[in-house]
Design a protein around this ligand. Structure first.
Ligand SMILES: *Cc1c(COP(=O)(O)O)cnc(C)c1O
Length: 416
């Protein structure tokens, strides 16, 4: 029921989906001139290696040996068959999940934090500034920064800063410095878009510092493809030819991209993005150029967006509260290669608790969005009698989100 790969089966190159996209990616535009941005525009914020990966059209990008050495602390991650959940549902579907919760920070995010810290260190940068929603990305980057001896400053969305003291502490254990965002308005609950403005402003103003983003950008999704590459090999070990459907929760698109992108070239594999009804970027947003942040300082990205000034409600899946989406995921949805669905918070937590009571582990609220869609897909297969092979990304554990479970169990959770 569990397939592990030996340490030497960690992929040695990332999979670049760019040459396989049905619609070519539109370039990011400069916020002032609205002309395509060049490497010089991005150099104050990112190392050249990452700028190169952002625009690369090579089908594979080598993973540096020094990065592999760190990823081996927890990779390859297990592939698990959720047989007890299948039995509880009475479905003929076979459900597999890739367990990214086993990383030091408890989610998929260190897969990109480690190479980002590595490339910045290589270019002589000594300090990184970033934003974090629920604290998952901030803790991943604090962890990676500690391993490479970099300082790490984290602007944390205020609602989470107040609700989730343990993630802040985790960041501090790894040496990160955490402040609530927006820094100039203590009454505002904050949003990822506003925290990005704070972090970009910080990094642009200092020579020793770069900015680091945990999702959305092409190089981030590239780094996450180790997930799907490993899963493909593990599914073969499990005796499956291919998944019929690959499912992931979608905030900025990185855990979904990580598991789904290596399957894009195989048209027989359905791809499904799952988002919250209260921040329905892919299902109710429009496809257009928009800023990545609230203040309009970042380049304009071609993506599904709710508008850069959209402030989502304070749902517990803090990592899914983003007004936009990755250009790669947006392009896949726009070309209909990928489908998207949205669920309200109450139904998501029903699924989370059903998973915990059958499989044992307690999923992150973000991950639970994927689980809701997995359960509904498996129940639909029960209706049709189809032996559907479902693969999903178990993007993180919920052991630092127990206050959300508390609200659910006491009947105090907002259902929408
Ligand atoms: C951050 C996060 C997400 C959402 O971000 P993506 O970039 O869309 O993956 C999902 N699950 C977990 C556990 C996260 O920490």
């Amino acid at each position: 029921m569990r397939w592990n790969l030996p340490a030497d089966h960690l992929p040695e190159a990332w999979f670049n989906v760019a040459p396989h996209l049905p619609e070519p990616l539109q370039p990011p535009l400069h916020p002032a001139t609205r002309q395509p941005v060049g490497p010089d525009d991005l150099a104050p914020l990112f190392p050249m290696a990452l700028i190169g990966q952002e625009v690369s059209t090579d089908p594979w990008v080598d993973i540096p040996g020094e990065v592999l050495d760190v990823l081996r602390l927890w990779r390859p991650t297990p592939l698990v068959r959720a047989e007890r959940l299948e039995q509880a549902l009475g479905t003929p579907a076979r459900i597999y999940y890739k367990d990214e919760s086993v990383s030091p920070a408890g989610s998929h995010k260190p897969n990109t934090a480690v190479p980002q810290a590595f490339y910045n260190k290589q270019e002589g940068i000594t300090r990184l500034a970033t934003e974090t929603g629920a604290g998952q990305w901030g803790s991943a980057l604090s962890f990676a920064s500690a391993l490479y001896g970099l300082e790490c400053k984290v602007y944390m969305v205020r609602a989470s800063y107040d609700q989730k003291p343990y993630r802040r502490l985790l960041m501090e254990v790894w040496g990160g410095e955490v402040v609530p965002s927006p820094i100039d308005d203590p009454t505002h609950p904050g949003s990822l878009g506003a925290a990005i403005s704070d972090a970009v402003r910080d990094a642009a103003g200092r020579d020793d510092s770069h900015y680091s983003l945990g999702s959305v950008l092409n190089h981030v999704l590239l780094h996450q493809t180790v997930i799907g590459l490993e899963a493909r090999e593990q599914l073969t070990l499990a005796g499956e030819e291919r998944p019929d459907i690959v499912i992931g929760s979608c905030g900025g698109g990185s855990n979904l991209g990580g598991i789904a992108l290596p399957f894009v070239p195989d048209e027989r594999v359905e791809l499904l993005a799952v988002e919250p009804s209260s921040c329905p970027t892919l299902t109710a947003g429009h496809f257009d150029y928009d800023f990545g942040d609230v203040a309009g300082m970042t380049p304009l990205l071609p993506m599904y967006t709710l508008g850069h000034d959209f402030v989502p409600p304070s749902i517990h899946a803090g990592g899914l509260r983003y007004h936009g989406d990755s250009p790669i995921i947006s392009s896949l949805v726009h070309s209909k290669r990928m489908q998207a669905v949205a669920y309200p918070q109450g139904k998501v937590f029903d699924a989370a608790v059903q998973f915990a009571r059958t499989q044992g582990t307690v999923p992150a609220p973000e991950t639970s969005h994927a689980i809701r869609a997995v359960i509904d897909t498996a129940l639909a297969a029960k209706e049709t009698g189809e032996e559907k092979v479902i693969l999903f990304n178990y993007s993180g554990h919920g052991l630092l989100d127990l206050s959300a479970y508390d609200a659910y169990l006491r009947g105090q959770l907002d259902q929408f």
